[in-house]
Design a protein. Structure first.
Length: 337
């Protein structure tokens, strides 16, 4: 459908005129009907002129519009407009070509979930759309995602998705990498997050009265409970992740300014794929570029910086610079003969 509200109002007004068998609509009457509809919606509207009216009619006749069956009938030297089929209406038409292509693109994205438990409906709905809207299935993939289908815990996404959607409190048996035995706790699930090809579940942990983040690949068992679900309506996950890289966030931590030096040959990569949304250019010379980030330092930020090897150097703050230096020193020590 058209995105512009005024355009949609005009198309609806024209559609009504074209379907009216009891009156002949010349361009002057069509223009008056459009401007009246615009004025009814917005009294401050200036209306449109004849040129815009003719452009609207051409759009409605096009494949990008509704391919309306419009007749131009002569009455002396004048022409009036009417549908060849008076039962036709843009409101009972299937989606147009542009909308079909947009929907097809969306289905391509949805298809990445095919085969996952609890998402079997996608396997059923895609062929129906292909048949209903005459989509031609592609003979080969034309888009790929960074998706590890062998990742442990991925089979739980459907159940956890439903738990978040329907606000079900969960009893989870969880085993982090650094503990010998799994332990049980209750979680009120709020959000599923993917980072670095891994999936994480965020929720309220009543035992510690704070948000807890767990990796799906470390979950050993999940069961729904009948406990009352605590919903935090003040929590905005876009803001929650805004100041960090990845998913780890220390409670009550505040973002700080981190300055990094980027080697000259690495600069194009850092500029086209920023390390963080807060990235800013500070200074540039023949040797490279100094950038700044406003972030809460965490393990994921360390890993991201270290992944660039010698191409990125931490300049400040000193405590964070020293932490990276220690990790690099320990790594170098392991390569000594």
């Amino acid at each position: 459908m058209p995105n512009n509200k005024n355009a949609l109002i005009r198309y609806q007004a024209l559609d009504k005129c074209f379907r009216n068998p009891g009156r002949r609509y010349f361009w002057e009457e069509l223009l008056e009907a459009c401007n009246q509809a615009l004025s009814d919606f917005d009294p401050t509207s200036d209306g449109i002129q004849r040129r815009q009216l003719l452009d609207d009619i051409r759009f409605m006749e096009s494949e990008q519009g509704w391919s309306i069956p419009l007749e131009r009938n002569k009455d002396g030297k004048r022409v009036f407009y009417r549908y060849a089929d008076l039962k036709f209406s843009i409101n009972n038409q299937p989606i147009n070509e542009t909308e079909a292509n947009q929907l097809k693109s969306a289905l391509l994205v949805l298809s990445r979930f095919k085969g996952l438990p609890q998402f079997e409906w996608i396997n059923e709905i895609i062929p129906r759309f292909e048949q209903s809207f005459n989509f031609r299935p592609e003979s080969h993939d034309i888009i790929g995602f960074d998706h590890n289908e062998y990742l442990r815990g991925i089979d739980r996404i459907g159940d956890l998705f439903n738990a978040v959607l329907y606000r079900k409190v969960l009893s989870i048996k969880y085993k982090p990498f650094h503990v010998p035995e799994p332990f049980d706790y209750q979680l009120h699930p709020y959000y599923l997050k993917q980072y670095n090809s891994r999936w994480f579940l965020l929720g309220y942990n009543p035992e510690v009265s704070k948000i807890t983040i767990i990796a799906l690949d470390r979950i050993e068992n999940v069961e729904e409970t009948g406990a009352y679900y605590t919903n935090d309506k003040t929590l905005n996950f876009q803001e929650y992740f805004e100041d960090i890289v990845g998913v780890s966030r220390m409670e009550d931590a505040q973002p700080i300014k981190v300055e990094l030096f980027v080697a000259k040959d690495q600069v194009p990569y850092i500029l086209t794929k920023p390390l963080h949304g807060s990235q800013k250019r500070v200074f540039e010379n023949e040797e490279g570029l100094v950038i700044s980030l406003k972030v809460i330092p965490n393990f994921e930020l360390e890993q991201l910086i270290l992944s660039h090897g010698e191409k990125i150097q931490v300049l400040s703050p000193e405590i964070f610079r020293e932490k990276i230096k220690i990790r690099l020193t320990e790594a170098l020590f392991k390569y000594r003969l």
